[in-house]
Ligand binder design. Sequence first.
Ligand code: GAR
Length: 208
Amino acid sequence: MLKVVVLVSGGGTNLQAIIDAVEAKTITNTEIIGVISNNKNAYALERAKQYGIFGKCISPKEYDTREAFNDAFLEEVNGLNPDLIVLAGFLVVIPEQMIKQYENKIINIHPSLIPAFCGKGYYGLKVHEKALERGVKVVGATVHFVDEGTDTGPIILQKAVSVQQGDTPEILQRRVMEEAEWKILPEAIHLIANGKIKVENRQVQIEG
Ligand code: GAR
Protein backbone atom coordinates (compact mmCIF):
# COMPACT_ATOMS: atom_id res chain seq x y z
CA MET A 1 0.00 0.00 0.00
CA LEU A 2 1.33 3.39 -1.02
CA LYS A 3 0.80 5.79 1.89
CA VAL A 4 -0.07 9.20 0.50
CA VAL A 5 -0.14 12.60 2.18
CA VAL A 6 -1.93 15.33 0.23
CA LEU A 7 -0.95 18.99 0.74
CA VAL A 8 -3.61 21.57 -0.06
CA SER A 9 -4.36 25.29 0.23
CA GLY A 10 -7.85 25.79 -1.15
CA GLY A 11 -10.97 24.15 -2.48
CA GLY A 12 -9.49 20.71 -2.81
CA THR A 13 -11.19 19.54 -6.00
CA ASN A 14 -8.02 17.65 -6.91
CA LEU A 15 -8.03 16.05 -3.46
CA GLN A 16 -11.64 15.05 -4.15
CA ALA A 17 -10.64 13.51 -7.48
CA ILE A 18 -8.02 11.42 -5.66
CA ILE A 19 -10.47 10.35 -2.94
CA ASP A 20 -13.07 9.41 -5.59
CA ALA A 21 -10.53 7.44 -7.60
CA VAL A 22 -9.39 5.50 -4.52
CA GLU A 23 -13.04 4.72 -3.70
CA ALA A 24 -13.75 3.71 -7.32
CA LYS A 25 -10.54 1.62 -7.35
CA THR A 26 -9.18 3.39 -10.41
CA ILE A 27 -6.31 4.13 -8.03
CA THR A 28 -5.22 0.86 -6.42
CA ASN A 29 -2.68 -0.06 -3.70
CA THR A 30 -3.09 3.40 -2.20
CA GLU A 31 -4.20 4.85 1.11
CA ILE A 32 -4.60 8.57 1.78
CA ILE A 33 -3.19 8.84 5.29
CA GLY A 34 -3.41 12.58 5.77
CA VAL A 35 -4.25 16.00 4.38
CA ILE A 36 -2.23 19.03 5.44
CA SER A 37 -3.25 22.60 4.65
CA ASN A 38 -1.49 25.91 5.23
CA ASN A 39 -4.91 27.55 5.37
CA LYS A 40 -7.32 26.68 8.13
CA ASN A 41 -10.31 27.74 6.02
CA ALA A 42 -9.42 25.50 3.08
CA TYR A 43 -12.51 23.56 2.04
CA ALA A 44 -10.11 20.70 1.30
CA LEU A 45 -9.85 20.10 5.09
CA GLU A 46 -13.63 19.75 5.21
CA ARG A 47 -13.47 17.16 2.43
CA ALA A 48 -10.84 15.18 4.38
CA LYS A 49 -13.05 15.26 7.47
CA GLN A 50 -16.06 13.98 5.51
CA TYR A 51 -14.09 10.89 4.54
CA GLY A 52 -12.54 10.33 7.95
CA ILE A 53 -9.06 11.24 6.70
CA PHE A 54 -6.67 12.85 9.19
CA GLY A 55 -6.48 16.59 8.46
CA LYS A 56 -4.29 19.29 9.91
CA CYS A 57 -3.59 22.97 9.35
CA ILE A 58 -0.05 24.20 9.71
CA SER A 59 0.35 27.82 8.69
CA PRO A 60 3.48 29.96 8.23
CA LYS A 61 1.52 32.74 9.94
CA GLU A 62 1.74 30.89 13.25
CA TYR A 63 5.55 30.93 13.25
CA ASP A 64 7.99 33.80 13.86
CA THR A 65 10.33 32.75 11.08
CA ARG A 66 10.15 30.76 7.88
CA GLU A 67 12.77 28.37 9.29
CA ALA A 68 10.58 27.64 12.30
CA PHE A 69 7.62 26.94 10.02
CA ASN A 70 9.71 24.75 7.71
CA ASP A 71 10.96 22.68 10.67
CA ALA A 72 7.48 22.22 12.10
CA PHE A 73 6.02 21.43 8.69
CA LEU A 74 8.66 18.82 7.93
CA GLU A 75 8.22 17.28 11.35
CA GLU A 76 4.48 17.00 10.77
CA VAL A 77 4.94 15.35 7.37
CA ASN A 78 7.68 13.02 8.66
CA GLY A 79 5.40 12.03 11.53
CA LEU A 80 2.98 10.57 8.98
CA ASN A 81 5.78 8.63 7.28
CA PRO A 82 4.39 8.93 3.73
CA ASP A 83 5.61 7.02 0.66
CA LEU A 84 4.35 9.81 -1.58
CA ILE A 85 3.50 13.48 -1.03
CA VAL A 86 0.97 15.00 -3.44
CA LEU A 87 0.78 18.77 -3.87
CA ALA A 88 -2.83 19.33 -4.90
CA GLY A 89 -3.12 23.09 -5.18
CA PHE A 90 -0.56 23.68 -2.41
CA LEU A 91 0.71 27.22 -2.66
CA VAL A 92 3.56 27.19 -0.14
CA VAL A 93 7.17 26.79 -1.26
CA ILE A 94 8.37 23.33 -0.22
CA PRO A 95 11.37 23.51 2.16
CA GLU A 96 14.67 22.49 0.55
CA GLN A 97 15.30 19.92 3.25
CA MET A 98 12.02 18.22 2.42
CA ILE A 99 12.79 18.13 -1.31
CA LYS A 100 16.14 16.45 -0.58
CA GLN A 101 14.61 13.96 1.83
CA TYR A 102 11.75 13.03 -0.50
CA GLU A 103 13.52 12.96 -3.85
CA ASN A 104 11.11 11.65 -6.53
CA LYS A 105 8.52 11.17 -3.82
CA ILE A 106 6.76 14.52 -4.15
CA ILE A 107 4.46 15.21 -7.10
CA ASN A 108 2.64 18.40 -8.09
CA ILE A 109 -0.28 19.19 -10.37
CA HIS A 110 0.20 22.38 -12.37
CA PRO A 111 -2.58 23.87 -14.51
CA SER A 112 -0.60 24.38 -17.73
CA LEU A 113 1.44 22.42 -20.23
CA ILE A 114 4.89 22.92 -18.68
CA PRO A 115 7.17 24.66 -19.77
CA ALA A 116 4.46 27.13 -20.80
CA PHE A 117 2.89 29.35 -18.16
CA CYS A 118 4.81 28.04 -15.16
CA GLY A 119 7.44 29.17 -12.68
CA LYS A 120 7.33 31.98 -10.13
CA GLY A 121 4.02 33.85 -10.04
CA TYR A 122 2.15 31.27 -12.10
CA TYR A 123 -0.43 29.59 -9.91
CA GLY A 124 -4.19 29.10 -9.82
CA LEU A 125 -6.27 31.50 -11.87
CA LYS A 126 -3.22 33.59 -12.87
CA VAL A 127 -2.07 30.77 -15.16
CA HIS A 128 -5.32 30.91 -17.11
CA GLU A 129 -5.34 34.73 -17.23
CA LYS A 130 -1.87 34.65 -18.81
CA ALA A 131 -2.82 31.94 -21.30
CA LEU A 132 -5.87 33.91 -22.46
CA GLU A 133 -3.83 37.14 -22.62
CA ARG A 134 -1.32 35.39 -24.89
CA GLY A 135 -4.09 34.00 -27.05
CA VAL A 136 -2.96 30.36 -27.06
CA LYS A 137 -5.46 27.89 -28.49
CA VAL A 138 -4.34 24.85 -26.48
CA VAL A 139 -3.69 24.72 -22.74
CA GLY A 140 -3.67 21.80 -20.33
CA ALA A 141 -2.21 20.38 -17.14
CA THR A 142 1.00 18.65 -16.02
CA VAL A 143 1.86 16.26 -13.20
CA HIS A 144 5.55 16.37 -12.35
CA PHE A 145 8.00 15.41 -9.64
CA VAL A 146 9.09 18.29 -7.45
CA ASP A 147 12.73 19.35 -7.47
CA GLU A 148 14.51 22.48 -6.15
CA GLY A 149 13.11 24.71 -8.91
CA THR A 150 9.60 26.02 -9.45
CA ASP A 151 7.75 23.63 -11.80
CA THR A 152 11.06 22.28 -13.15
CA GLY A 153 10.99 18.64 -12.04
CA PRO A 154 10.64 15.55 -14.27
CA ILE A 155 7.29 15.46 -16.08
CA ILE A 156 5.11 12.41 -15.45
CA LEU A 157 1.88 13.10 -17.39
CA GLN A 158 0.41 15.95 -19.43
CA LYS A 159 -2.99 16.44 -21.02
CA ALA A 160 -4.03 19.11 -23.51
CA VAL A 161 -7.29 21.06 -23.39
CA SER A 162 -8.73 23.38 -26.07
CA VAL A 163 -9.33 27.06 -25.45
CA GLN A 164 -12.75 28.14 -26.72
CA GLN A 165 -14.00 31.44 -28.05
CA GLY A 166 -15.30 33.60 -25.20
CA ASP A 167 -13.48 31.73 -22.43
CA THR A 168 -12.93 33.64 -19.18
CA PRO A 169 -10.09 32.60 -16.83
CA GLU A 170 -12.69 30.97 -14.57
CA ILE A 171 -14.33 28.99 -17.38
CA LEU A 172 -10.94 27.88 -18.70
CA GLN A 173 -9.74 26.92 -15.21
CA ARG A 174 -12.79 24.72 -14.73
CA ARG A 175 -12.36 23.03 -18.13
CA VAL A 176 -8.67 22.33 -17.44
CA MET A 177 -9.60 20.81 -14.09
CA GLU A 178 -12.42 18.66 -15.49
CA GLU A 179 -10.70 17.50 -18.65
CA ALA A 180 -7.12 17.24 -17.44
CA GLU A 181 -6.22 17.74 -13.77
CA TRP A 182 -8.82 15.43 -12.22
CA LYS A 183 -7.75 12.69 -14.62
CA ILE A 184 -3.97 12.85 -14.76
CA LEU A 185 -3.34 13.41 -11.05
CA PRO A 186 -5.16 10.21 -9.97
CA GLU A 187 -3.61 8.37 -12.94
CA ALA A 188 -0.10 9.40 -11.89
CA ILE A 189 -0.72 8.20 -8.31
CA HIS A 190 -2.05 4.88 -9.62
CA LEU A 191 1.04 4.41 -11.80
CA ILE A 192 3.39 5.21 -8.91
CA ALA A 193 1.47 2.94 -6.51
CA ASN A 194 1.83 0.08 -8.97
CA GLY A 195 5.55 0.55 -9.61
CA LYS A 196 5.09 1.71 -13.20
CA ILE A 197 7.20 4.87 -13.00
CA LYS A 198 10.96 5.13 -13.23
CA VAL A 199 13.06 8.30 -13.25
CA GLU A 200 16.41 8.24 -15.01
CA ASN A 201 18.42 11.35 -15.88
CA ARG A 202 15.42 13.53 -15.07
CA GLN A 203 13.27 11.65 -17.60
CA VAL A 204 10.21 9.69 -16.56
CA GLN A 205 9.68 6.26 -18.13
CA ILE A 206 6.23 4.71 -17.85
CA GLU A 207 5.90 0.94 -18.10
CA GLY A 208 3.01 -0.23 -20.23
C1 GAR B 1 -5.56 23.65 -9.33
O1 GAR B 1 -5.97 24.20 -10.56
C2 GAR B 1 -4.07 23.33 -9.38
O2 GAR B 1 -3.64 22.89 -10.63
C3 GAR B 1 -3.50 24.68 -9.05
O3 GAR B 1 -4.33 25.18 -8.03
C4 GAR B 1 -5.65 24.68 -8.21
C5 GAR B 1 -6.13 24.08 -6.91
O4 GAR B 1 -7.49 23.69 -7.00
N1 GAR B 1 -2.12 24.57 -8.65
C6 GAR B 1 -1.19 25.47 -8.97
O5 GAR B 1 -1.43 26.50 -9.60
C7 GAR B 1 0.22 25.12 -8.50
N2 GAR B 1 1.19 25.98 -9.11
P1 GAR B 1 -8.12 22.64 -5.97
O6 GAR B 1 -7.80 23.14 -4.56
O7 GAR B 1 -9.59 22.72 -6.26
O8 GAR B 1 -7.54 21.29 -6.24
